[in-house]
Design a protein around this ligand. Structure first.
Ligand code: ADP
Ligand code: TMP
Length: 238
């Protein structure tokens, strides 16, 4: 497999074509972004830990019946994935209220929700990824109703599987974001699942172990990601 041409350079990853038209190489860089690109910094070693973290989580999800875009991990910072037609949508589940929902609704930070809450956001940095609902998605043609139903169903399942995995390692999965795409009309979980796109709190101390350390300038970002990986039993190559 040869990495041919960089086709997209996002805020944290680049996608490359390969000599096999079905696949892309997903390269995790050290670039770190928050607040829709308003805060940026390169954090040494973040790309490597995130690529290997993502491969571990995607494999765990596959083993628990979730179909993903992962083909295989290639090296410390790169993975091979199926090339998908992505939905321009982010699927978020919250088990506790924190972050944008507290600003939006004025609710107590850390409140345990009666039921996991699903939300859709439009992927649009200029607009600050606005909250949208099923009606917006259908009216603007961003996805069809059966895809919406499937994305919600899979995201709830991911929440069940990963909440269990993390709590066994002493971590609370507070919330997370996932993305989906279509491969030959089939919905696959895509993009990444890493501490960049979720909130993980130590279950005893409630210490933040995720990208909120970067957003809030708490320091020790990559160190924290390694600690989470260690707790899950991952062996990270640096
Ligand atoms: P952003 O676009 O938010 O800056 P990244 O830096 O993480 O994010 O870039 C990765 C991009 O690749 C995202 O736009 C994501 O939607 C897209 N992507 C993820 N997985 C796939 C895939 N399997 N096929 C095509 N595009 C993908
Ligand atoms: P929020 O509180 O900012 O809405 O974020 C909810 C969760 O989704 C949190 O774990 C961070 C993640 N997320 C991203 O990774 N990227 C995004 O663009 C958004 C809106 C959220």
């Amino acid at each position: 497999m040869n990495k041919l041409k960089e086709i997209t350079k996002g805020k944290a990853k680049s996608m490359f074509t390969t000599d096999n038209g079905e696949h892309l190489v997903m390269h995790f860089s050290d670039d770190t972004s928050a607040f829709d690109g308003k805060k940026k910094e390169a954090l040494l070693g973040k790309g490597a830990v995130n690529n290997q973290f993502n491969a571990f989580i995607m494999e765990h999800l596959e083993n628990n019946g979730i179909e993903t875009h992962m083909v295989e991990i290639i090296d410390s910072t790169d993975s091979l994935v199926y090339k998908l037609e992505m939905f321009p949508i982010e699927c978020v589940i919250r088990n506790r209220a924190t972050g944008s929902i507290c600003k939006r609704l004025g609710t107590e930070d850390g409140l345990v929700l009666e039921k996991p809450l699903f939300e859709f956001f439009l992927k649009n940095d200029e607009l600050g990824d606005p909250l949208i609902n099923d009606e917006h998605i259908i009216s603007f043609g961003w996805a069809k109703n059966d895809h919406i139903i499937k994305m919600k169903e899979i995201t709830y399942k991911v929440n069940e599987i990963l909440s269990k995995l993390f709590i066994e390692s002493g971590l609370i999965l507070v919330d997370f974001k996932v993305e989906f795409g279509l491969y030959k009309n089939k919905i696959l979980l895509a993009d990444e699942f890493t501490p960049d796109g979720c909130r993980l709190w130590d279950s005893k101390t409630l210490k933040k172990m995720d990208k909120d350390r970067f957003r809030q300038g708490l320091g020790g970002v990559v160190e924290s990601y390694h600690q989470v990986a260690d707790r899950l039993g991952m062996k990270i190559e640096t």
